[in-house]
Write a protein of this length. Structure first.
Length: 258
């Protein structure tokens, strides 16, 4: 494949939707706890109980002990209602399975290291040192997505918002920096860098071996293949008002550059 074809393929992986520009999406990770208070690898069981009735609202993470609930993309004024709906659904499942979610940013060091049985995750951990796997499994966060209309706007907005990365990390820190310390063990290059244009972005990703798998770039702020600016700067929380505030802050930063 020549460089022109490689660049075109890279660009095509990022799917933007102008009709959802500035809309908000949220992904929130939590640990699964049994009746005795132990973290347990039961994410597959939770998802099986939910079935396919709720579309893309719920999902799995690298750790089989983690579960993710999702909202959006939706207009920001709908975010609170959608978060509440997820809570109502999951409350029923938790009672049925005798589980609960724990919204701690950093799990204990002796937590189980079971990996969710997903092919991509199995490839990721195949050569991962145990210390790195432990760090990856122990952290949980809230990821905020803000929809972008097209490639050029996304890059312009991204270059603007990364200047606020440290501020957002402080805003979303509930573990006195421990989550970010562990996150940096997994992704040493997690600090986002600016790009002159999409060719520059593609060149960097090709150097990192990520041009065919952009999801492997685990920077704290990134352009997502889902057509969004994704903020991975916040620790997990059960406080919906915090999540709404974080989403509003991210949206406002993006709108400044759109």
């Amino acid at each position: 494949m020549d460089s022109v074809d490689g660049f075109s393929r890279f660009m095509s992986q990022f799917r933007f939707d102008r009709s959802m520009a500035s809309w908000v999406g949220v992904e929130r990770e939590a640990f699964l706890i049994d009746e005795t208070g132990n973290i347990v690898p039961r994410a597959q069981e939770v998802l099986a109980c939910l079935g396919e009735s709720f579309g893309n609202r719920f999902g799995f993470e690298l750790s089989a002990c983690q579960f993710e609930d999702r909202v959006g993309p939706c207009p920001s004024q709908h975010l609170e209602q959608q978060l509440w709906l997820n809570e109502r659904i999951l409350g029923l499942v938790e009672r049925w399975l005798k589980l609960r979610r724990s919204f701690i940013e950093v799990a204990p060091i002796d937590m189980p290291l079971d990996v969710y049985p997903y092919e991509r995750y199995q490839r990721i951990v195949a050569t991962m040192p145990r210390e790195m796997l432990l760090a990856a499994c122990r952290v949980a966060g809230v990821h905020v997505h803000i929809g972008m209309p097209d490639h050029s706007t996304a890059l312009k907005v991204y270059n603007h918002v990364i200047g606020h990365c440290d501020e957002l990390c402080q805003l979303g820190d509930g573990s006195n920096g421990e989550r970010l310390r562990l996150y940096k063990q997994v992704a040493p290059n997690c600090q986002p860098r600016s790009y002159d244009n999409w060719q520059d972005f593609y060149g960097y990703m090709a150097e990192q071996g990520l041009d065919q798998e952009p999801r492997g770039l685990w920077t704290l702020v990134r352009i997502s293949i889902h057509g969004t600016i994704e903020f991975r700067t916040f620790g997990t929380t059960d406080n919906q008002h915090k999540i709404i505030y974080w989403a509003d802050r991210c949206q406002r930063l993006c709108l400044q550059a759109m």
